[in-house]
Design a protein around this ligand. Structure first.
Ligand SMILES: Nc1ncnc2c1ncn2[C@@H]1O[C@H](COP(=O)(O)OP(=O)(O)OP(=O)(O)O)[C@@H](O)[C@H]1O
Ligand SMILES: [Mg+2]
Length: 361
């Protein structure tokens, strides 16, 4: 069931277009994640949903009804902000209880709800303390509890893990998913980290400069990106792009590069418009086979540098003027300028139209 719908939402501040014709739907009980670089428009989009910002055009629907003119406090949408401040003179308990006190809920109901959410977020030990005694991560959890304790139709979470250090963040992702499932509520969550987005979201929306580029399940976003930006943004280390010419010879289609040739006849239908033109070939580092010895159909490259990550080793390999990222064997040593051979199969490549940047294969 559709919980929230945005229809042709645009927003400008003066001459600057910050959101450009956004259309999307979020389903009931879905964990919907919005990702994009700094300034992509994530926070502005959430503020429009919450009613803190008015769209320049377009409609916001909640449960099938237009809510453009509904006051934020009557929308039953709860929002957690990136840099949410706690009330310094109130205890953890009173900070969390605050939205319930405004609603004038009975005292025992307030207690019950505050304890329940605190249990869930493991912050019971903070309830009697004042915010100045909290660490950054603890303060963030209390602020999160305050956003989640309200009974809302949708919870908007703007970069909730931004103040938490890298290791805890990985643990917190899993907790977020568990929390959302437990509460059985609709979450819209933003992050500038695409890895985090894929880890938490049921579906992920990639934004760029106020536009939605793609909305898909995490695995589809990874395996079937629709354009070059999404292909490069999702995945770490990022996808490689190698410029080739698409050639045809006796009914065979192949990608031609001065170091290799790859038969792509089976993709003929999708790419035949691009014959004799330059195309970009996208290949993820993990799909490149690397060998220290010469291999059949291998492409000779030179080791430029390496990055050891414990479970894997990232190799930066020179191919003409290009730097190719590939995954090496962490148990081996690769020396600078050493020659290594790489190989990839046409099964794992993407072919992109260089002009439109659309992924065709
Ligand atoms: N009140 C405002 N007046 C003018 N410009 C604004 C205003 N609010 C946001 N912007 C601009 O809109 C663009 C999008 O901002 P927004 O905060 O929505 O991006 P974001 O994706 O949340 O970025 P970040 O990852 O940095 O949080 C930015 O270029 C920002 O400068
Ligand atoms: Mg933001």
């Amino acid at each position: 069931m559709e919980k929230l719908k945005l229809e042709n939402i645009s927003k400008s501040f003066g001459k600057k277009i910050v959101l450009d014709d956004i259309n999307l739907s979020v389903f009931d009980k879905e964990f919907f994640c919005i990702t994009g670089r700094l300034g992509a428009g994530k926070t502005t989009l959430l503020r429009i949903i919450a009613g803190l910002e008015t769209p320049s055009s377009g409609n916001v629907y909640l449960d099938g009804e237009v809510i453009n003119y509904v006051d934020p406090k009557d929308r039953r949408i709860s929002m957690f902000f990136e840099n949410l401040a706690l009330y310094p003179n109130k205890t953890g308990f009173e900070n969390i209880a605050f939205p319930l006190r405004i609603k004038k809920l009975p005292e025992d109901e307030i207690k019950k709800r505050v304890y329940e959410i605190s249990e869930l977020l493991n912050i019971k030990y903070l309830l009697d303390r004042l915010p100045r005694t909290f660490s950054g991560g603890e303060a963030q959890r209390v602020a999160l509890a305050r956003a989640l304790v309200r009974d809302a139709k949708i919870y908007l979470l703007d970069e909730p893990l931004s103040n938490i250090d890298a290791l805890l963040r990985i643990q917190a992702r899993a907790e977020f998913r568990r929390l959302q499932r437990y509460l059985g509520k609709t979450f819209i969550y933003t992050t500038h980290d695409p890895i985090e987005a894929l880890a938490v979201g049921d579906r992920v929306c990639v934004m760029r400069e106020g536009k939605v580029l793609q909305i898909d399940k995490p695995n589809l976003l990874y395996d079937k990106p629709k354009d070059r930006y999404v292909a490069a943004f999702v995945g770490n280390p990022p996808m490689n792009f190698i410029t080739c010419v698409l050639c045809q010879e006796d009914g065979t289609l192949y990608l031609s590069h001065d170091k290799f040739r790859l038969d792509v006849t089976k993709f003929k239908e999708a790419i035949s418009d691009l014959i004799d033109r330059e195309v970009d070939v996208g290949i993820r580092p993990e799909y490149i086979e690397v060998s220290k010895g010469r291999i059949e159909k291998g492409i000779g490259t030179k080791v430029l540098s390496t990055e050891y990550l414990g479970d894997k080793l990232i190799l930066y390999l020179g191919l003409n003027d290009l730097i190719i990222r590939a995954i090496g064997n962490p148990e081996l040593t690769y020396s600078m300028d050493e020659e290594v051979w790489i190989r990839f199969s046409s099964e794992k490549i993407h072919i992109l139209d260089k002009k439109t940047e659309k992924v065709l294969v």
